[in-house]
Ligand binder design. Structure first.
Ligand code: ADP
Ligand code: MG
Length: 615
């Protein structure tokens, strides 16, 4: 037997990558030596076209540029732009089916999800499955580039994505063998890549033009947290439209695109796209030379003509931008930054139009087609614990609620609820003729609010005086994707509203979350006893009050002897209420209930008699 000792090698920390799952292109990035870096695809390119092709035999699907070549030959077996279908039901999209060159089919009858299917030859896929293939390819690319397994990722989605679309993205990640630690908004990621979070305060317009979609998002930044104020866009506007315009210009003399063979059309679009990129990067005119319908044709595209072709298309983004500003309640002068995102924003004409719309020079130092993936990588790095700058939430780490009578925590959003999350509950007044209520927002796992953390407090006033329990006050909680909690209280009768915004995560370290959690669990029994006591008091209180109110008339209504019994029972209950025994409170309360039945009947009869005599 040997007793030699070996050096213990701590296992290398598992990398967390950032992924931009785009409509046209997808890419994966990671922070190395403090810098976000795009990892090459297995095709050796920086971008992976979000295209998946299967051949008629249904063998292994091909992806990326290889699949894009396939698309030209065999569009019906090629899935692209599936992001448009992610998290959508067949009912949602069937009216738009003609916009897709592949066939959209309804789900099988036994599928409760209703998700639309894509038919590629004999194979039928959901958009989630196609997206999973793209994500898996990115995972394998990252593994090849890093030389180690990759199982964790942050994935970006458009700010307007709803819960179903975000959930679908998560599921796609899971199918691709990725633990999706967080879903973050693309404009937030872009802002992170520009380090705008360091600014503490700001209002940012993120102008994102991709292959076939345009999105504008207005974000507000406060204390390192980004909040989406508004989004707008055009789902049928992007760099592809510029290619189409160039192709049309090239054909000019009467020929229409539809008269070309599939191959010719593909070659023309490809030539147009190449010229577009070349003009953008060189700033010089480009010759386009193609063989169409067996004839060689050459035309020179000048920068001026190119700009003339692009401008009317790009001008279409203006209305969306103006609407987004309006929805955010901002003028363009109030913006602090303009961030450009997406391949086409490399073009000077696009930068110029965006600058004109917003009246300011854009941030352009980060490659616009990489900026989202870089931001995702930065978020991933934060999650890996390599930086402590800011924390964007995706689950609520501790329960959120309000204080109710007796110092009890009433939870509206339980811990670990995925954000964005909403909850709504109706409360009422505790005393008669109350004209306001105090809304005190707490975070924590204990039943007594005094043990939890106070987040905010405000008053809702202007409640019409009424007996206790009559007014209805609706309290709503909303935690948005960036972890910001919005609490509002509304009097359902007068529609009077009061609200506050809080950041539940702010200032809470993981250790603190841990401590509050274990305290919550350890004290569960103590909390339960306290809760029983408060509940017993709350139940007894209205009965006691009502009886006390009627006591002065008791002698007259039920006779001295009976009245004495009631008075004794009331004294017993008052006594019990001053103590801490919930069982005794319940017993004495029940006693009061029993002995006051006759009194209550007499009071009611008298009230009715009075009401009819005044009629
Ligand atoms: P998405 O977010 O929809 O995946 P991208 O940001 O990748 O889209 O943008 C794709 C579009 O960008 C395509 O129309 C492509 O032609 C265009 N594009 C890519 N690189 C350049 C470039 N260097 N100059 C001009 N346009 C470009
Ligand atoms: Mg994009």
């Amino acid at each position: 037997m040997t007793f030699q000792i070996g050096k213990f090698e701590a296992p290398a920390q598992e990398p967390i990558v950032g992924i931009d799952l785009g409509t046209t292109h997808s890419l994966v990035a990671i922070v190395r030596n403090g810098q976000p870096e795009v990892l090459p695809s297995r095709e050796g390119k920086r971008l992976l076209p979000s295209v998946v092709a299967v051949d008629a035999e249904g063998s292994e699907p091909v992806l990326g540029y290889e699949a894009r070549k396939h698309q030209i030959r065999d569009a019906r077996h090629t899935a692209f732009s599936v992001k448009r279908l992610l998290g959508r039901s067949y009912e949602d999209v069937k009216a738009k089916a003609s916009e897709f060159p592949y066939e959209l089919v309804p789900p099988p009858a036994d599928d409760p999800s209703g998700l639309v299917r894509i038919r590629l030859g004999y194979c039928v896929f959901t958009a989630i499955e196609i997206s999973a293939m793209i994500l898996k390819e990115l995972r394998l690319s990252a593994e090849a580039a890093l030389g180690q397994p990759v199982h964790k990722a942050v994935i970006t989605v458009p700010a307007y994505f709803n819960d179903a679309q975000r959930q679908a993205t998560r599921t796609a990640g899971r199918l691709a063998g990725l633990d999706v630690l967080r879903i973050i908004n693309e404009p937030t990621a872009a802002s992170l890549a520009y380090g705008l979070d360091k600014k503490k305060q700001g209002t940012i317009a993120v102008y994102d033009i991709g292959g076939g979609t345009f999105d504008i998002s207005i974000l507000r930044l406060h204390d390192g947290v980004f909040e989406v104020l508004s989004t707008h866009g055009n789902t049928q506007l992007g760099g592809d439209d510029l290619d189409q315009a160039i192709a049309q210009w090239f054909l000019a003399d009467g020929l229409s695109m539809n008269e070309l063979s599939l191959e010719d059309r593909a070659a023309l679009i490809e030539g147009a796209e190449r010229a577009k990129k070349a003009i953008g990067s060189s700033g010089e005119e480009q010759a386009i030379e193609l063989e169409l319908r067996g004839e060689r044709k050459r035309k020179v595209l000048t920068v001026e003509t190119f700009n003339q072709l692009c401008r009317p298309i790009l001008e279409k983004t203006r209305v969306s931008c103006e609407q987004a500003l309006k929805d955010a309640g901002l003028s363009r002068e109030e913006l602090t930054d303009l961030v450009l995102v997406g391949g086409p924003t490399r073009l000077p004409i696009v930068q110029q139009v965006a600058s004109e719309i917003f009246g300011r020079t854009p941030n352009t130092s980060v490659h616009p087609d990489e900026v989202v993936a870089q931001g995702a990588a930065i978020q991933a790095d934060i999650l890996a614990g390599n930086t402590t700058d800011l924390l964007l939430l995706d689950v609520v780490p501790l329960s959120l609620g309000i204080e109710t009578y007796g110092g009890l925590m009433n939870v509206l959003i339980p811990r670990n609820t995925k954000v964005p999350a909403t909850a709504r509950e109706v409360f009422t007044t505790f005393a008669d003729k109350q004209t306001g209520v105090d809304i005190h927002v707490f975070q924590g796992e204990r039943d007594q609010v005094s043990e939890n953390r106070s987040l905010a407090r405000f008053k809702l006033r202007g409640i019409r005086p009424a007996p206790a329990g009559i007014p209805r006050i609706e309290v709503s909680f909303l935690v948005d994707a960036d972890g910001i909690l919005q609490v509002s209280a509304r009097d359902m009768e007068t529609s009077q509203v009061q609200s506050v915004e809080v950041r539940p995560s702010f200032g809470l370290s993981d250790a603190e979350v841990e401590r509050m959690l274990s305290a919550g669990l350890e004290n569960k029994d103590g909390d339960k006893a306290f809760k029983r006591l408060v509940d017993a008091r709350n139940e007894a209180e209205p009965i006691l009050r009502a009886t006390e109110r009627n006591l002065p008339d008791a002698d007259e209504l039920i006779g001295r002897e009976q009245a004495d019994v009631v008075r004794a029972a009331v004294r017993e209950l008052q006594d019990a209420m001053a103590g801490t025994d919930p069982v005794r409170i319940r017993q004495t309360r029940d006693q009061v209930n029993r002995v006051t039945i006759v009194l209550a009947e007499k009071v009611l009869a008298r009230t009715l008699a009075r009401a009819s005599s005044t009629r």
